[in-house]
Design a protein around this ligand. Structure first.
Ligand SMILES: Nc1nc2c(ncn2[C@@H]2O[C@H](COP(=O)(O)OP(=O)(O)OP(=O)(O)O)[C@@H](O)[C@H]2O)c(=O)[nH]1
Ligand SMILES: [Mg+2]
Length: 298
């Protein structure tokens, strides 16, 4: 009999309501920031691949957008399709919850997971501040989710993350690597740059404005010792443009400086960032714009 350890590989979709900590968990496992994180719901918009490599396994995480129960505009419809596709593509599923009860979206995701007949695990996150009691376990049992499929975690305090990781690994089939073992994301550099800028927007403004923004990068030129980047922040209304720019451009200047510093850290190079703000009227309802935005430049 062979002494060799089996090699596992597969796709793992991480699903859940907005703001439950899906991206935080994936960044932690990968020890790399593949996905932006913020305190705002619906931070993730594109499904992002984060690839975990070890000699015994390759796990390809699909970081999905947190969806809302109601579909408010075309963007929401596309995000839900994105989640459905991730479930279809995955070999194993993680449903992340950060709530003492089962919200409508969580119920939907659990139903989809059960129906898919794929292995799944429920992660109750933020246990550092949420005191999970028997009620959630009962509610999950009523849906047919056994206790053995539930794990309480805290990404913030790094509690039980190994346990969750091992439970995921157990669900994956034996198989070879799908990707070279030295890459940790399939995102293009342009997408990473756009997302880093959007993260600064999410962190810098109050109210609805950040949700009305989309960032696209149309130029990324690596000149060896300096990288030239040209990106645009799109907004839906003229009034939002004014808010993003700020008085005498003070606000956009701050965003630009912060984003540039983050990108420089990421690339380990000097960056020249040119950042524009443009109006694309009601882009969240515009299928053509959304296609270009979600599909990315590549
Ligand atoms: N207290 C606490 N906060 C956490 C924990 N995990 C993540 N967070 C915070 O929760 C917020 C949302 O985290 P994200 O990782 O962006 O959540 P997400 O599920 O990817 O959100 P969407 O992309 O909007 O669907 C951030 O402010 C995180 O810092 C945790 O274990 N405990
Ligand atoms: Mg996210």
């Amino acid at each position: 009999m062979s002494e060799e350890k089996e090699h596992k590989s597969g796709y793992v979709a991480v699903l859940g309501e907005p703001n439950t900590g899906k991206s935080s968990f994936i960044n932690y496992v990968l020890n790399e920031k593949v996905s932006i994180v913020s305190h705002r719901p619906q931070t993730t918009r594109r499904s992002i691949f984060g690839i975990f490599n070890s000699p015994d396994a390759q796990l390809i995480f699909l970081d999905t957008p947190g969806i809302f129960a109601e579909e408010r505009h075309y963007l929401d419809i596309m995000l839900r399709l994105n989640v459905k596709q991730a479930i279809a593509d995955a070999d194993a599923l993680v449903v992340m919850i950060a709530d003492k009860k089962i919200a409508e979206v969580t119920r939907y995701l659990l139903e989809q997971s059960i129906r898919s007949k794929k292995g799944f695990i429920v992660a109750l996150n933020k246990s550092d501040k949420i005191d999970y009691d028997g009620r959630i376990y009962d509610a999950l049992a009523n849906m047919g989710v056994d206790n053995s499929k539930i794990v309480q975690i805290s990404v913030k305090e790094q509690k039980n993350l190994d346990k969750l990781f091992n439970a995921i690994l157990k669900m994956l089939p034996e198989g070879p690597n799908f990707y070279e073992d030295d890459i940790y994301t399939t995102q293009s550099m342009r997408n990473i740059v756009s997302e880093t800028i959007r993260e600064q927007v999410l962190l810098s403004y109050f109210n609805e404005v950040p949700h009305c923004t989309a960032v696209m990068t149309d130029e990324f030129k690596d000149k060896g010792n300096i990288v030239y980047i040209h990106s645009t922040i799109f907004v839906e209304k003229e009034s939002q443009k004014k808010i993003i720019i700020g008085q005498n451009g003070s606000k956009i200047k701050k965003i630009s400086t912060q984003a540039r510093k983050e990108i420089e850290k990421l690339l380990d190079k000097k960056v020249f960032l040119e950042l524009y703000v443009k109006l694309s009227k009601n882009w969240r309802k515009n299928p053509r714009f959304i296609k270009e935005y979600l599909d990315g430049p590549d």
